[in-house]
Unconditional design. Structure first.
Length: 281
């Protein structure tokens, strides 16, 4: 069989069908990039839904005060009685108390809204402030196979909380030059968290998003990314398509809204690739 080269310029490996889930606590993944508009929320929703399709029970945590993940799954962020903010601020309230179901069986959501923006200031005076989210997640880790945290576009205390609670980081990266500039700073933050609060943290991979193979610019950015980061760059690349925006408006993952679309198939492939890189999942 002839070798097939993927968009990253490397031979595209075969990603096997997902193996059965191994027993044990959930694998926690942060979806992180301090630059906004790179596809973090879309990837959180779509990867979560794709993992559900292969038999994993998944919790998505909205950890961005903009509440995009909450809205993208069909909830009105402004009408929430309780959110992840209340869990962080009230020790008597557990994560289980605020979790809601989505339209996809097996895919749950811990919602957020603008209230979360106050948490950063209020946590500053707390003892063990970097551990607040990790403490909340601990109570539900045995209830799920995978927990994915949608981080805010900054490297502040909320993002440090997410990284401290995580086993690994996925970094979505728009295929344009400005997006490349902040990755080194994010890597530095991940290394500091490893040293100070979470030695098990590792970068699972960098994911090229909003890729347009018709442009020289997009192809060059992807090549530069592979040259700089090597095998940490996922073979899967997410191409630009209006279906992602349409599915957000519908409040559904693209795997449900347009199940046969190239975008849905790309996230199914990403799910298989993530499972290869994270055997514990």
């Amino acid at each position: 069989m002839a070798e097939e080269y993927g968009p990253t310029g490397r031979v595209m490996p075969h990603f096997p069908e997902a193996p059965p889930r191994k027993p044990g606590p959930a694998t926690v993944i942060s979806m992180c990039n301090q630059k906004g508009g790179v596809g973090k929320t879309t990837t959180t929703i779509s990867l979560g839904a794709a993992l559900v399709e292969v038999g994993r029970k998944v919790l998505l945590i909205d950890f961005d005060p903009q509440g995009s993940l909450t809205v993208g799954l069909g909830y009105n962020a402004h009408e929430l009685d309780q959110s992840i903010y209340h869990v962080l601020m009230d020790r008597s309230l557990g994560l289980k108390d605020i979790i809601v179901e989505t339209t996809v069986p097996g895919l749950d959501l811990a919602p957020a809204n603008i209230d979360l923006s106050a948490a950063e200031m209020q946590l500053v005076t707390e003892v063990g402030r970097e551990q607040a989210l990790a403490r909340a997640i601990h109570a539900v880790r045995d209830d799920y196979d995978v927990i994915i945290i949608d981080c805010q576009p900054s490297l502040g205390l909320l993002t440090v909380n997410a990284l401290t609670a995580s086993d690994g980081v996925v970094i979505p990266l728009e295929c344009e030059y400005f997006a490349l500039r902040g990755v080194a700073l994010l890597k530095e933050t991940v290394e500091k968290v490893c040293e100070r609060t979470n030695p098990r943290l590792e970068i699972i991979g960098l994911l090229g998003t909003m890729y347009d193979s018709r442009t020289l610019h997009g192809r060059e950015v992807l090549q530069t990314l592979v040259q700089g980061w090597g095998d940490l760059v996922f073979h899967t690349v997410i191409r630009r398509t209006v279906k992602f925006s349409d599915s957000t408006v519908a409040g559904e993952p693209i795997t449900e809204y347009a199940p046969t679309s190239p975008g849905a198939e790309a996230y199914r492939q990403l799910a298989r690739e993530v499972l290869v890189r994270c055997p514990a999942m």
